[in-house]
Design a protein around this ligand. Structure first.
Ligand code: ADP
Ligand code: MG
Length: 479
């Protein structure tokens, strides 16, 4: 069964769909909540998918990271939900715990306008027993990773017989991670009469296979990436292979972006680049497939809170990454896949800020650039490394540094407690404190780089929530 031909969502559709949430059949309380959340109008993927999803169609929706896919399925599954029915009515499968947590939070935010809706996260890496007892208390919506959901089904601690909506979020990444069989197992445990919504950033052949097996007459929505003209400034540099790693340092010193994501094609290259950057005094971290979840969380937190200048990553490791403020993307190697290129550079130039996208091209990669040029439909800008000069003698430093407090949710630490300790007895101002992330066992606090050591000293000497805490500065340059 082939998907119904693409809905008019590519480029500028002839009759643009309304962007107002009020044009949808949503409860008034939901509309009020959306307004309070600052969701003034639908994003393009929401405008294209919500009318179809709310009408009950199965969907295959493809749009880039950060385009608002979560709300596109969350609003739909919440609209079908009956809060008075204590049964799992919707299940969202995500590739990682990190993404499952993000989706859970977004669903909870969006459900605020409705009666008590219970959303439960079930992921691997956490103990089974508490999950089982939470399930016994009942949940309306479950968000989890395929392996763990399958575990619960096999133990019969999770019953999906009342399910109305199945969502496969980041389906391409789940398949990359080898979850096909687990997804198939879970889908077979769902009632045949259900709605299935599949979301993906890319559309490889494997997704077509998955949808043939588990979706019914799906409508397909593709939002081809149209970066707003002028928002992403792309520059290409022809560079000898041996000069590439040094060229990254030159770009950073010349443009001085606060946060940069540098893409490498191989893990080996990631390692080498990290070494070169650190040797030059940059604060850099790497994201690769070998990191444990905890380490990965730590890297992402430090990058997102602006205490790391450069994140070095492969495409696979960077999948699903949503970073608010990213001043630059550097393609250390141009990827052979034009779609991947467009996806990479789409991470910068978000919302209302401009972004840089630099590509370092060696002689044997010229055909790749030709393909990109064809896809863009206009000529690209070539620049020379000799134009680059360090604008200031000072090394590029991130504005913040991260303190690690041993203790987190399990110790009932909340962001407010930490902020209170720093702005109270310790005497810092609110403006000197950045993002505070509390995980199960740790708390990460971004503070202005200049006060970092002082903040460690004062927090160690004082108390958080009346208790002494162990604090140290995360050493971003140590291996
Ligand atoms: P995706 O899953 O496509 O990568 P997300 O669902 O994570 O994207 O959304 C990215 C960000 O955009 C989130 O912070 C979300 O809260 C925000 N967002 C989503 N929809 C809207 C909207 N209609 N208006 C404003 N912000 C939105
Ligand atoms: Mg998403």
């Amino acid at each position: 069964m082939n998907p119904t031909p693409a809905v008019a969502a590519e480029g500028a559709p002839a009759a643009a769909p309304s962007l107002s949430f009020a044009s949808l059949p949503l409860a008034p309380a939901t509309l009020v909540n959306l307004e309070q959340l600052g969701y003034r109008q639908m994003t393009p993927i929401q405008a294209a998918s919500l009318p179809l999803a709310l009408a009950g169609h199965d969907l295959i929706a493809q749009a880039k990271t950060g385009s608002g896919k979560t709300a596109a399925f969350a609003l739909s599954l919440l609209a079908r939900l009956n809060p008075r029915r204590f049964a799992v009515q919707a299940l969202v499968l995500c590739p990682t715990r990190e993404l499952a947590d993000q989706v859970t939070q977004e669903i909870r935010r969006l459900a605020r306008g409705a009666d008590n809706i219970k959303v439960l996260t079930l992921c691997g890496g956490s103990q089974m027993r508490p999950q089982i007892s939470s399930l016994e208390h009942g949940a309306h919506v479950v968000v989890g990773t395929p392996g763990r959901i399958m575990d619960h089904l096999q133990r019969e601690s999770l019953d999906l017989s009342a399910l109305d909506t199945l969502v496969l979020d980041e389906a391409d990444r789940m398949l990359d991670m080898g979850f096909y069989d687990d997804i198939a197992f879970v889908a077979k445990a769902c009632p045949k009469q259900r709605q299935t919504l599949l979301f993906s950033a890319t559309y490889p052949e494997s997704i077509a296979g998955l949808s043939r097996a588990f979706l019914r007459q799906p409508q397909r929505i593709t939002l081809t990436e149209q970066h707003e003209a002028g928002k992403i400034r792309q520059r290409f540099y022809e560079v000898e292979s041996e000069q590439k790693l040094a060229a990254v340092g030159l770009l950073l010193k010349h443009y001085r972006p606060v946060s940069t994501l540098a893409f490498c094609n191989t893990r080996q290259q990631c390692r080498e680049l990290l070494q070169v950057l650190r040797a030059e005094g940059f604060v850099a971290l790497a994201l690769h497939g070998e990191l444990e979840q905890r380490e990965r969380d730590q890297v992402l937190i430090q990058f997102a809170n602006r205490s790391c200048s450069v994140l070095v990553a492969t495409d696979v490791a960077a999948r699903g990454l949503d970073i608010d403020q990213l001043e630059a993307v550097i393609n250390v190697d141009v990827t052979p896949d034009t779609e991947v290129h467009v996806h990479r550079i789409g991470r910068t130039g978000r919302v209302d800020q401009a972004g840089w996208a630099f590509s370092l091209v060696s002689g044997n990669q010229m055909t790749r650039v030709d393909n990109i040029e064809k896809a863009l439909g206009h000529e690209i800008e070539w620049h020379s490394l000799s134009e680059l000069e360090a604008t200031s003698g000072k090394p590029l430093q991130p504005p913040m540094a991260t303190l690690l407090i041993l203790g987190g949710r399990k110790e009932k630490i909340r962001p407010g407690d930490v902020l209170g300790a720093l702005t109270g007895d310790a005497g810092f101002s609110k403006e000197q404190i950045g993002k505070i992330n509390v995980t199960d066992t740790s708390t990460y606090v971004a503070v202005e780089r200049s006060i970092a050591r002082d903040a460690v000293r004062k927090l160690s000497a004082g108390t958080v929530k009346g208790k002494r805490v162990k604090v140290h500065l995360l050493q971003d340059r140590a291996e």
